[in-house]
Design a protein around this ligand. Structure first.
Ligand code: FE2
Length: 615
């Protein structure tokens, strides 16, 4: 049965000096005695409320323990549910109001427009217009409730000559709680109670605002942290993708990126799905988070790639409720899937595929603010993976361009060598063999990989200056005259002149210019001796001499290997650097193998509109 304030014959247990101990008596306890609050007590109370919000938690909240209202911002349109929790926002707000005013208040909850229910009553206590006929004062109460609720302000109305109703809205963590509190006071008490309730309401507002700001600050701080983490990842990835480092293929780059992505993205499996020869997706790199959670097999990854990747042509694809179509696909427990294309505007390299998201896969066990949840892939994950894919695709594209540039350089070198060999048919293959011998010697002398490739190109180009020598001299069958030999001796200078304009080939110039210097200083073109001769040129001199002696020339047949080795050994310290000759002797069998295995480079000729190989 509904009991309204002036119907209850309760006894006032309220004690002004015992403001924090609320009533143990009947539910509704209108204070019958005159309420007086001296100024100094009011100020004390105000500051206590402001700086030390105290709520009696001794279980004496007889008004409170039966009341409850829950109200969440995500569900404002739904009627508030009623439970008996002391921690509900409405109960907390009610307690605070009672502590501030020192009187008992009753709680009412708005369940629909102009429809209020007393929270401590059972369902049959609901008030509506039908009740208003037998409870004439109800409409007035409801009007006060509606006004207090709508305007979020304290309302009061005289209920009879000696009593006033005072109604206060209640505020909770998310703002309006859809609840109000009502009390009845005497005319003497009305002003002070109204002011105290108003102070309490203002305090509640400020407190809520402070809590909201604190919450926003915490969110901003977390967002800044997440953004910083993302920026750090992208910067680290960019640093690891130095364009000049052409030794890294796309798979190495992807592997490095996955190591960083795992913790940030919170994925169990990361796959790089590459396009195979048939243009079909095939997961080539599968990296787990190295935890016990990794349960999705390689086969399951391949099946998922076959099923979904070809659908992803531009934006990301997200599936947080995977339904498996086959047993093969269901191997493991793949439930969430995120796929983004790895592509540039002109070329697709494949896709990134992230499988399964969970708190166990994140670095800190928490989700960034903008992600869907700890158990789903959302916008944040899709954006991060897309960014990583875009950076890696650009890097892979740059690598391809660099390799094409390098291949172009080698092609130019081979074209120059072909030009030399076109003039001197008997030296065919000489440049290539000298390059191979030189490369092997450089490896034996502990050249690094890059320097070894450079000296190989130097070997290919060492005689390019013969382009400047006349055909008659170059192909003369008999002995050369002094003038003709002088012309031959100019070919290192010719070679330097031809190549010096190619900045990318500057490193070949010392070998090209000085490969005919002698260790004793009797060589040409500059008569350098000993270690004044560049090391590349000293190495090349040995390789050049060995091939020249063992190859057939226009004016003589090639000499046997043993005889050439003997001449080189005898010339160590005079014509050639003895240390280089010593190194040559250590690997002389490799020279024999190179010579035996050498296949002349096939020259391409055009026949009609087709290109064919000429034996
Ligand atoms: Fe030469």
């Amino acid at each position: 049965m509904l009991l309204l304030p002036n119907q209850i014959e309760g006894v006032a247990h309220h004690k002004t000096k015992d403001r924090y101990n609320l009533h143990k008596g009947p539910l509704w306890l209108p204070p019958r005695r005159k309420f007086r609050l001296p100024l100094h007590e009011f100020l004390t109370l105000f500051f206590e409320l402001t700086f030390n919000w105290v709520i009696n938690s001794t279980g004496e909240l007889t008004l409170a323990h039966r009341l409850l209202n829950r109200d969440f911002p995500m569900n404002l349109s739904s009627p508030p549910e009623t439970t008996n929790s002391k921690d509900s926002p409405a109960i907390v707000a009610l307690h605070e109001l009672q502590s501030a005013t020192g009187v008992a208040w009753n709680l009412w909850t708005r369940i629909a427009a102009s429809k209020w229910v007393e929270s401590n009553s059972s369902d049959d206590c609901e008030l509506d217009e039908a009740h208003s006929a037998r409870m004439a004062f109800h409409p007035t109460c409801f009007d006060l409730f509606e006004k207090a609720f709508g305007e979020q302000s304290i309302q009061s109305e005289q209920s009879d000559p000696n009593q006033w109703w005072v109604v206060s809205p209640l505020l909770g963590p998310y703002g309006n709680l859809h609840s109000v509190a009502i009390t009845t006071v005497s005319g003497d008490q009305r002003e002070s109670i109204t002011k105290l309730a108003s102070l309490s309401l203002n305090y509640q507002r400020e407190k809520l605002r402070a809590e909201q700001l604190e919450s926003e600050n915490a969110q901003f701080a977390q967002q800044v942290g997440d953004d910083f983490e993302e920026m750090t990842f992208l910067r680290t990835m960019a640093d690891s993708l130095a364009v000049g480092d052409t030794s890294l293929g796309i798979k190495e780059v992807v592997t490095r990126s996955f190591e960083m992505l795992h913790g940030i993205l919170g994925a169990e499996i990361l796959c790089f799905v590459e396009l195979d020869e048939a243009g079909q997706p095939k997961s080539s790199i599968r990296q787990t988070d190295d935890t016990e959670h990794a349960q999705v097999s390689q086969d399951a990854c391949d099946v998922l790639a076959q099923r979904f990747c070809s659908q992803v042509t531009s934006g990301p694809l997200v599936r947080n409720d995977l339904i498996h179509q086959t047993e093969e696909e269901a191997q493991g427990t793949s439930q969430q899937l995120l796929i983004v294309p790895v592509q540039t505007s002109v070329r697709q390299f494949g896709w990134f595929m992230a499988i399964n998201r969970g708190p166990g896969f994140t670095q800190h066990g928490k989700a960034p603010l903008l992600c869907a949840s700890l158990h789903e892939f959302g916008t944040w994950e899709a954006s991060l993976l897309s960014t990583a894919a875009s950076v890696i695709a650009s890097h892979a594209s740059n690598l391809e361009h660099l390799r094409e540039k390098g291949q172009l350089l080698v092609s130019v070198v081979r074209s120059l060598v072909s030009a030399v060999e076109a003039k001197d048919a008997y030296t065919c293959g000489h440049s290539e063999r000298v390059a191979l011998y030189t490369k092997r010697l450089a490896q034996h002398l502990s050249y690094d990989e890059e320097s070894t490739e450079r000296i190989y190109l130097t070997g290919l180009l060492h005689d390019v200056g013969k382009i400047g020598v006349s055909d008659a001299t170059l192909n003369k069958a008999g002995s050369l005259t002094r003038e003709e030999f002088g012309e031959i001796q100019e070919h290192p200078d010719y070679g330097w002149s031809i190549l010096c304009e190619l900045r990318q080939l500057a490193y070949v110039l010392p070998g090209v210019l000085h490969h005919h210097e002698r260790f004793d200083g009797a060589g040409y073109p500059d008569g350098l001796s000993g270690h004044d001769i560049p090391l590349d040129a000293r190495i090349m001199a040995v390789a050049d001499a060995y091939d020249a002696m063992t190859s057939d020339r226009a004016y003589r047949a090639g000499m046997p290997h043993e005889k050439a080795v003997g001449i080189l050994t005898d010339g160590a310290g005079t014509q050639w650097d003895p240390e280089i000759v010593s190194s040559f002797l250590e690997i002389v069998n490799d020279f024999v193998k190179i010579r035996q295995q050498y296949q002349p480079h096939q020259r391409r000729v055009r026949t009609g509109s087709a290109i064919v190989y000429q034996d």
